[in-house]
Write a protein that binds this ligand. Structure first.
Ligand SMILES: *Cc1c(COP(=O)(O)O)cnc(C)c1O
Length: 380
């Protein structure tokens, strides 16, 4: 608790310091590539082979995929790494599942000359060898975790254990809006740049508010970052898309909000996939970044309050979203983002031409080519 209390106080002090915001803003611009474009799709809805959409809403893409390292995760990694340096901590501990957050963390540690240790489930180390190599090139030490299911939740356990053991020298750089307070708040704040830019860009271009925002939900950070600046705008629908994997009834999914029950994991109470004994359940999704049994506590609150809606998209539907965006717009999306693309096109078809749907294109698809090739039966 003292580690968390210290972090909360340091974060509050950083928030009140204009120099902190200035340095973060400068790096987000010159290093990460902000602001990201808001792109109005031209053919995605017009082609309508899969989901007919004559006269439906415009679909705009918030292009987080164009950021350095290829996804929104760099927004949070930069913010927290600057906070660590302010706190005088030069040893950074992080967890990673598929390796995306590990790569973003290794990147900012290289930039800011910080030591970087990344815990990764042994199973994931084998499945995601290119990202392991990337992290090592960037100067990080990757520690395989052999306990439990040898995946993300076990890597988080080990990272927290390391942090509390070495708290005087170390900072735990958590990758989504999960874990104990203040992490869900900090990560949401660092990702909220997505929603602030979106609000300004839609207003400047179209002189109105969007009707609907759509984002995929793993831990929930890209969705929280897009939604948060719009929470008080009751006219803006917020739709989070979870991974239904092979289908909610077949057990193979990662839809914590749609199919979980309240539980405690990694220091937060939220919807959680668990068996009848309260043991954390195994998850699967074609999108590595959505494969987590919990979800941010603020999303759990937004579900209960009814402010946000949470829906699911299966592996097959996500592949269809992936295919549509490749074919219609010349953009290869991450499989995580493909869940949101599919749902956004479906929602747009139910709205009118006056409406605007913004979908968070959280990442680019280069990292997923092997998975997609496998799913299509193509050997590379
Ligand atoms: C990690 C990742 C996600 C899922 O993480 P959230 O915290 O739910 O945003 C989504 N999209 C991409 C491209 C990712 O790399």
């Amino acid at each position: 608790m003292s580690a968390l209390a210290g972090l909360e106080a340091a974060y509050a002090a950083a928030c009140d310091d204009p120099a902190f915001h200035e340095e973060l803003g400068a790096l987000l611009t010159s290093y990460a590539g902000r602001p990201t474009p808001l792109y109005e799709t031209r053919r995605l809805t017009a082609t309508g082979e899969t989901i007919p959409n004559a006269g439906g809403a415009k679909v705009l893409l918030k292009r987080e995929d164009l950021l350095h390292t290829g996804a929104h995760k760099i927004n949070n990694a930069l913010g927290q790494a600057l906070l660590a340096r302010r706190m005088g901590k030069r040893r950074i501990v992080a967890e990673t599942g598929a390796g995306q957050h590990g790569v973003a963390t290794a990147t900012v540690c290289s930039l800011l000359d910080l030591e970087c240790i990344v815990y990764m489930g042994a199973e994931d180390v084998e499945r995601q060898s290119p990202n392991v190599f990337r992290m090592k090139l960037l100067g990080a030490e990757v520690k395989p975790v052999d306990s439990g299911s040898r995946t993300l939740k076990d890597a988080i356990n080990e990272a927290i254990r390391d942090w509390v053991t070495n708290v005087d020298s170390s900072y735990y750089l958590l990758g989504s809006v999960v874990g104990p307070h203040p992490y869900p708040v900090m990560v949401r704040d660092f990702q909220s740049v997505i929603g602030r830019e979106t609000r300004e860009q839609v207003m400047t271009e179209y002189e109105r508010q969007p009707s609907c925002l759509v984002a995929c939900v793993g831990g929930g950070s890209n969705a929280a970052g897009l939604f948060y600046p719009f929470l008080d705008d009751a006219g803006v629908r917020l739709i989070g898309v979870e991974a239904a994997g092979k289908g909610l009834d077949n057990g193979g999914h990662a839809a914590s909000l749609a199919a979980g029950r309240a539980g405690v994991l990694h220091g937060a109470m939220s919807y959680l996939l668990q068996d009848r004994h309260g043991q954390v359940a195994a998850t699967t999704s074609i999108a590595p970044g959505l494969d987590y049994p919990g979800v941010g506590p603020e999303h759990s609150y937004l579900k209960d309050s009814g402010r946000a809606e949470y829906v699911t998209v299966t592996d097959d539907q996500a592949l269809e979203g992936f295919r549509m965006l490749c074919a219609a717009e010349g953009i290869i999306p991450a499989l995580e983002s493909s869940h949101a693309v599919y749902k956004a096109v479906e929602v747009a078809a139910s709205l009118s031409a006056e409406d605007i749907v913004v979908v968070n294109l959280s990442g680019r698809g280069d990292k997923d080519l092997g998975i997609v090739a496998g799913a299509l039966g193509v050997s590379l």
